[in-house]
Design a protein around this ligand. Structure first.
Ligand code: GTP
Ligand code: MG
Length: 201
């Protein structure tokens, strides 16, 4: 994959109408602070195009990043950030669910889990929700792999697979926004999907 152009086409607030982009959308879900926005920056090879923060709850909108005028990376607000307040979280939860259930352009859901920790209850719920609403398991990106020892990676992947009740076929990619480990593998997966003959027009 070559990144030729990037454009933040749409930023949706909680009351916005959901757009129909007509291009394959790769939706990124995961708890707040897991590293979704950092992933986007690594993916597009920019330092701070998607705003990141060490304080959770940075991304509060649904952001549609148009890549090469060919597909979208869709950055969802992170779940599980208590300080946003229960009412706010509830509103967002509903909007995210509505988007996941109604968008006709979603090609793949990418779920982000911190490789250092067992998935949270909300991670498990999201995984199951995606499986139920799309019929497929999400692709799982295990973030911050630079923060554990190489020798621990295999065990963490196996543990997380077990916690999520994911099949052996479920694609799990250890990733680091710092070292870019895993990035080429992710490029290949997306390339294969958008180049496949039955891709949506
Ligand atoms: P919200 O917008 O709150 O949902 O968070 P997010 O998932 O977009 O997380 P973000 O990318 O803002 O990253 C959160 C923090 O984790 C930042 O301090 C990042 O620098 C750090 N971080 C993200 N990815 C990595 C990684 O691969 N390795 C390391 N060491 N730190 C990372
Ligand atoms: Mg973010």
């Amino acid at each position: 994959m070559k990144i030729l152009s990037v454009n933040l086409d749409q930023v949706l607030g909680v009351k916005s109408e959901l757009p129909s982009t007509g291009k394959p959308e790769f939706v990124m879900a995961g708890r707040s602070n897991v590293g979704k926005s950092s992933f986007i920056n690594a993916f597009i090879n920019r330092r701070n195009y998607a705003r990141t923060s060490s304080t959770p709850g940075k991304t509060r909108t649904i952001n549609f990043y148009n890549i090469n005028d060919q597909f979208y990376l869709v950055d969802l607000p992170g779940y599980g950030y208590a300080a946003t307040g229960a009412v706010e979280q509830e509103k967002w939860g509903r909007m995210i669910n509505k988007y996941l259930e109604t968008s006709e352009d979603i090609e793949e859901v990418i779920q982000f889990v911190d490789i250092r920790h067992d998935p949270s209850k909300q991670d498990m719920q999201m995984f199951d929700f995606v499986k139920q609403s799309t019929g497929f398991e999400p692709i799982v990106i295990l973030t911050k792999v630079d923060k554990i020892k190489r020798s621990q990676v295999k065990k963490q992947v196996a543990d997380i697979r077990k916690c999520l009740n994911a099949t052996e076929n479920c694609v799990m990619i250890p990733f680091s926004a710092e070292t870019k480990q895993g990035l080429q593998e992710i490029y290949k997966i997306i390339d294969d999907i958008i180049d496949s003959p039955d891709k949506p027009e």
